[in-house]
Design a protein around this ligand. Structure first.
Ligand code: HEM
Length: 378
């Protein structure tokens, strides 16, 4: 709660909660003091090790810089813009297929918001898009609410989450290892094949490192974009005036997406570990502590966003922290924005009077791990 201060220690969750926009920005900007490598603060399980080895979102420089560099060429704004025609084609095909099934009803998540980003990222990575039911199962397992017992501290919840996700992660690891070995023997023009021959620190990446790397892109590359497509439709449905303005003036669609990203932030929070004693606002955080930077709270800080609860198409500037900040700033942000703009533009064109149905009702994911609808009947 903000009443306890923009930065405060939480005895129950055994961590420091950081809520204010400048304070969250300061944590994310200072990767030396606030490390992404959580070390002993988070549970380790040997068979989940593969997922962490090449997973550069949990690394600090210099290794982070080198691994991110290997992926970044595939995600520059220019490369990503080149994907626009493919995104439009896939969107149209998915909506045609949904119309054939039922012209009057559509579940946005099943019909479009889930398959579109997963097809796009699978094609970039060279994974068969037809395997997407499996990818969905793994992503759902990774972003599931842990069953909490009496101990609700964050390290304990994380341990439980890891335990619950373990079978799916094991399945994903062995699937990706097979694909990487296939890419080594029959390289194609895709990111996975390129990773098998490129070097970081003067050395080829091992298959095990590539697993974590590809898993990060595969999972990060779709689940949040799925949430954003659903969240934007929900926001426009809740704000009919804004929806009418966007329909009348399509140049307002990007602003509607940004306001949605601010108010319905898919990743609610990011975790860091202090490497030294750190002064943050009025608080002094000792070394070795878990620090939780709340993106949802920063995005509603009234010092930065006047009337923060208002869905405002004309909010200028809109410096939300939904894609993070600093060296780990989301690599896929240009792709996510492009997918959302193209897909939602086509959706609005095709269905001039679309509304969110009440029966069956919208099902939401558990906001502890991901803010977004699990099903969205229209
Ligand atoms: C990192 C959010 C879409 C790939 C991040 C981070 C956030 C984020 C908050 C920072 C993590 C940290 O600092 O610990 C989102 C949201 C998305 C989205 C809200 C959609 C609306 C994507 C897509 C990709 C992607 C489409 C696709 C390829 C990544 C990668 C990182 C990352 C690889 C790690 C970057 C690094 O550690 O240097 N994302 N993301 N994301 N995201 Fe995204």
């Amino acid at each position: 709660s903000r009443r306890q201060g923009q930065v405060h220690h939480d005895d129950r969750q055994r961590c420091w909660q950081v809520l204010g926009h400048p304070e969250v920005s300061a944590v994310l900007a200072d990767h030396t003091t606030f490390s992404s490598d959580l070390g002993d603060l988070m549970p380790r399980q040997p068979d989940l090790d593969l997922l962490t080895r090449g997973n550069f979102v949990r690394m600090d420089p210099p290794r982070h810089h080198r691994l991110r560099g290997l992926a970044s060429r595939a995600f520059t704004p220019r490369t990503v813009t080149g994907l626009a025609p493919r995104i439009a084609t896939v969107t149209a095909e998915l909506l045609d297929a949904a119309d054939e099934r039922d012209r009057d009803r559509l579940d946005l998540i099943d019909a479009l918001a889930y398959p579109l980003p997963v097809i796009v990222i699978a094609e970039l990575l060279g994974l068969p898009a037809a395997d997407r039911p499996m990818f969905r199962r793994w992503a759902d397992a990774l972003f599931n609410q842990p069953d909490s017992g009496p101990d609700t501290s964050l390290p304990r919840l994380a341990e439980q989450a890891v335990r619950q996700a373990a079978p799916a992660v094991r399945e994903m690891n062995s699937y990706l290892l097979d694909r990487i070995q296939a890419a080594r023997s029959h390289p194609a023009d895709d990111l996975t094949s390129r990773l098998t021959t490129t070097e970081a620190d003067g050395q080829r990446l091992t298959d095990e490192e590539i697993v974590g790397f590809v898993a990060l892109l595969l999972i990060a590359g779709h689940i949040t974009t799925t949430a954003t497509l659903g969240n934007t439709v929900l926001c426009l449905d809740e704000h009919p005036d804004a929806a009418a303005q966007v329909r009348a003036d399509r140049t307002l669609l990007p602003a509607a997406i940004e306001e949605t990203l601010r108010l319905r932030t898919p990743f609610p929070r990011l975790a860091r570990r202090t490497t030294t004693d750190a002064a943050l606002g009025p608080a002094l955080i000792p070394a070795g502590e878990l620090v939780v930077a709340w993106l949802t709270a920063a995005n509603r800080d009234e010092r930065m966003f006047p009337e923060p609860e208002r869905f405002d198409l004309h909010r200028q500037p809109n410096p939300h922290l939904t894609f993070g900040h600093g060296i780990h700033f989301c690599l896929g942000a240009p792709l996510a924005r492009l997918e959302a703009n193209i897909a939602l533009g086509i959706l609005l064109d095709r269905y001039p009077d679309i509304t969110v149905a009440t029966d069956p009702p919208v099902r939401h994911r558990d906001p502890w791990t991901m803010v977004g609808p699990a099903s969205l009947p229209l």
